[in-house]
Design a protein around this ligand. Structure first.
Ligand code: PMT
Length: 405
C-alpha cells in the first residue's frame, strides 16, 4: 500500500502556544506512519511542553538551540534543512509568522525555514484579534504569495486559549497529518494524472421509500480512489455509498444509473482515466410511483416492469469516438458464471483498455469484503491472473497497469 509518509524526513517545528498539545499527536502519527521526524522547538514552546515528550515519541534528539552542536556534528539548521522533505510548523504563532514573512532567522526554527528547499505546512494558532490584526494578515498574505511551497492549514473557529470562541484555533492534529500526507503524495508516481472512479451499487427508485440495488459496498472503488490519491493523482470519486469521506478527494454523490451516467460524462471529459468499479443496475423500474406503494388486501403480489438503463461505459466509448473523454477506461466484470468469456465480451463491447474479471460468488472476493481476486484482461489479449489480496493491493496493481498504458 502506498504510504506517502513512509521514510520521509519531516521537521516538526513547534512554537509557543497552548495548541502544542496537538503537536504531540501529530508527532506520534507521523512516526507511526513511518516518517523520520526531527522536532525543533522554540524557547516559548518549551514553556508549554518539554522536549522529553518529543524525544520519547521520536526516539531522536530534539533540537532547541541553534548553537547546541554536539562535537562532530554539522550545523543543525543546514543539515536538517537540506535533508527535509517537509517542514511542518504546528502550532505557528503570530510572532513566528511575522519572522517568517520578514526573513528573520533568530532561532533554529526560523533559520531552518529560511534555509530549507522543502515543502512547508503551517498551522497558525492564536487569539482572534491577533489573527485578524492587519500585521498578521499582511504577513500571512506575504507568505502565501511567495511560493507554492508554503501551504497553510487553518486556523479554525472554536474555543481559544482565552476561553472565548472565535477564529484562530489550530486545526486538529489529524487534519495536519492528512494534509502532510496529501502534500507529499503530490510527488508520487501518478502526480498530474486526473482520474475518475465510480463506487457502490446504483439505487433505482421504485417509490419514494424503496429502491432496487445490489450488494456493492463501495470498498473496491474507495480503495482505487485512496491509492490513486496517495500516489499523487487528482481524484474524483462518484459514489452511491455513504462511507466516511476520505480526505483529498472530490466526491460526487449519486443514486441511480442515470445520475451516475451524467456525473461520469461531465467529470471524465477532463480526466485521463476512468475506472468503473461501481455495480450499475442494468434495469430500473419503468415508472417511479409518486407515493409509497400500499398493500392492497386482495392482491397477492406486485409486478414491477423494468426497463434497460444506459450502459455508462458504452456511452463513454461513444464519446471517445467523437473525440472527447478519458484516454484510458477500465471496467470490472462481476460474474457468477462464465467469468472469462463474459469479461472478454464486456472488454470488447465497452471498448476498454482492460477489465478486471471478478468472480462475485466467492465469499472472500467481490462484494462487501476487504479482499478481492481478479483476473486482468487487456485489449491486446494479455491476461494476468492475480491471487487473493486486499482490495487496496488490487487497486495498486491496477494503477501500475494504468501507468504502463
Ligand atoms: O463495492 P464492493 O463491495 O467493494 O464490491 C466490488 C465490486 C464487486 C462491485 C467490483 O469489484 C465490481 O466487480 N464492479 C463491477 C460490477 C458490475 O456492475 O459489473 P458488470 O459486469 O455488470 O458491468 C461491467 C462494467 O460495466 C462495470 O465496470 C460496470 O461499472 C459497467 N456498467 C455496467 C452496467 C451499466 N449499465 N453501465 C456500466 O457502465
Amino acid at each position: 500500500m502506498p504510504n506517502p509518509l513512509a521514510n520521509k524526513r519531516i521537521i516538526l517545528g513547534i512554537t509557543g502556544g497552548i495548541a502544542v498539545y496537538k503537536a504531540a499527536t501529530i508527532c506520534s502519527r507521523l512516526v507511526q506512519a513511518g516518517a523520520q521526524v526531527d522536532v525543533v522547538m522554540t524557547a516559548s514552546a518549551q514553556q508549554f511542553i518539554t522536549p522529553t515528550t518529543f524525544q520519547a515519541l521520536t526516539h531522536r534528539r530534539v533540537y532547541t538551540d541553534m548553537f547546541d552542536i554536539p562535537s562532530g556534528e554539522n550545523i543543525p539548521h543546514i543539515t536538517l534543512a537540506d535533508e527535509a522533505d517537509l517542514l511542518i510548523i504546528a502550532p505557528a504563532t503570530a510572532n513566528t509568522l511575522a519572522k517568517l514573512a520578514h526573513g528573520l532567522a533568530d532561532n533554529l526554527l526560523t533559520a531552518i525555514a529560511l534555509a530549507t528547499p522543502a515543502l512547508m505546512l503551517i498551522a497558525p494558532a492564536m487569539e482572534t484579534d491577533m489573527w485578524q490584526h492587519p500585521a498578521t494578515q499582511a504577513n500571512f498574505g506575504i507568505l502565501k504569495r511567495w511560493t507554492n511551497k508554503i501551504n497553510f492549514i487553518g486556523p479554525a473557529t472554536g474555543r481559544l486559549a482565552s476561553g472565548a470562541q472565535g477564529l484562530g484555533r489550530m486545526v486538529e492534529a489529524e487534519e495536519v497529518v492528512n494534509q502532510a500526507q496529501h502534500l507529499l503524495a503530490q510527488q508520487g508516481d501518478l502526480a498530474g494524472l486526473r482520474v475518475v472512479i465510480t463506487a457502490g451499487g446504483t439505487r433505482e427508485a421504485i417509490d419514494p421509500v424503496r429502491f432496487v440495488s445490489n450488494h456493492s459496498s463501495g470498498k473496491m472503488g474507495y480503495a482505487l480512489a485512496t491509492t490513486a490519491r496517495d500516489r499523487g493523482a487528482r481524484v474524483t470519486l462518484i459514489s452511491t455509498v455513504a462511507l466516511p469521506e476520505p480526505f483529498g478527494l472530490d466526491i460526487v454523490r449519486v443514486n441511480s444509473a442515470a445520475e451516475m451516467l451524467n456525473a461520469v460524462l461531465s467529470h471524465s471529459n477532463q480526466a485521463d482515466t476512468l475506472i468503473m468499479a461501481a455495480a450499475v443496475a442494468d434495469f430500473r423500474p419503468k415508472t417511479v410511483a409518486e407515493q409509497k406503494i400500499k398493500k392492497v388486501a386482495e392482491t397477492e403480489g406486485l409486478t414491477l416492469e423494468m426497463v434497460r438503463n444506459p450502459d455508462i461505459l458504452a456511452e463513454v466509448a461513444a464519446q471517445k469516438e467523437r473525440g472527447f473523454g478519458p484516454r484510458i477506461t477500465v471496467g470490472f466484470a462481476a460474474e457468477t458464471e462464465n467469468l472469462m468469456a463474459n469479461a472478454q465480451s464486456k472488454l470488447a463491447r465497452k471498448k476498454l483498455n482492460f477489465i478486471a474479471a471478478n468472480n462475485v460468488s466467492a465469499t472472500d472476493a467481490g462484494f462487501a469484503v476487504d479482499t478481492n481476486r481478479v483476473t486482468l484482461l487487456f485489449a491486446n489479449g494479455t491476461i494476468e491472473e492475480l491471487p487473493l489480496m486486499s482490495k487496496v493491493a488490487v487497486a495498486d496493481i491496477i494503477w501500475d497497469k494504468v501507468k504502463q498504458l
